[in-house]
Design a binder for this molecule. Structure first.
Ligand SMILES: CC(C)(COP(=O)(O)OP(=O)(O)OC[C@H]1O[C@@H](n2cnc3c(N)ncnc32)[C@H](O)[C@@H]1OP(=O)(O)O)[C@@H](O)C(=O)NCCC(=O)NCCS
Length: 168
């Protein structure tokens, strides 16, 4: 688990924030650990963060979130003490293609540069940094990603195969 300290001078109101870039599969997060390896109920907190701040990832179960993390090649979490205040993850083949998923910053922490820091750390993860193309999908945040070097691709179409999720 790599720790990344925020620069307290550039963001004084958020000096206590810590960003963690997790190992592939995010084993510590799956065990419920937060910054400093403290048990903080991280999966329950991730569930609440996604429920409260995303429309696409609301209602995911704790078990499915653990599976999701296990099969993600990169993940970053942001903490204010014991509280999870930001998250993002990525899948990648390590060479040609990667995709960012589930980037979320808690509302009270938005607009302070945390999202930018979080995505930058994600893009620098070992299995992402050398990849030829990194994709993402967004409904309302294209301007945010443009500032991070992403460009819209009018020549390409997004196709979706929706799987009906079985319960039980
Ligand atoms: C999108 C999100 C992750 C941005 O996080 P954040 O911490 O607020 O972003 P930052 O403060 O790092 O913003 C960096 C820059 O992007 C801009 N920006 C932030 N959100 C934006 C948006 N939705 N559209 C356009 N620009 C945006 C900021 O104004 C800032 O620009 P500046 O440096 O010129 O002031 C956050 O607003 C969020 O979690 N939203 C809800 C979930 C969501 O929609 N996630 C994206 C899924 S693809």
């Amino acid at each position: 688990m790599a720790l990344h300290s925020a620069d307290p001078d550039s963001r004084p109101e958020a000096a206590a924030l810590r960003l963690i870039r997790h190992a592939p599969g995010a084993p510590a997060l799956r065990l419920g650990l937060g910054a400093g390896w403290r048990p903080v109920g991280a999966i329950g907190q991730l569930r609440a963060l996604l429920n409260d701040h995303s429309f696409w990832a609301a209602g995911r179960s704790a078990g499915d979130l653990r599976r999701m993390l296990r099969h993600s090649q990169a993940a970053v979490s942001a903490w204010d003490g014991r509280q999870l205040v930001g998250f993002g993850r990525a899948s990648s083949d390590g060479v040609y293609r990667a995709a960012l998923w589930d980037v979320v910053v808690a509302e009270a922490y938005q607009g302070q540069g945390l999202g930018r820091e979080l995505v930058t750390l994600l893009l620098e993860a070992p299995l992402l940094r050398g990849v030829e193309r990194t994709y993402l999908m967004t409904t309302n945040s294209a301007g945010f990603y443009r500032q991070l070097g992403f460009a819209e691709m009018p020549s390409q179409k997004l196709l979706l195969r929706q799987q009906i999720k079985k319960t039980g």
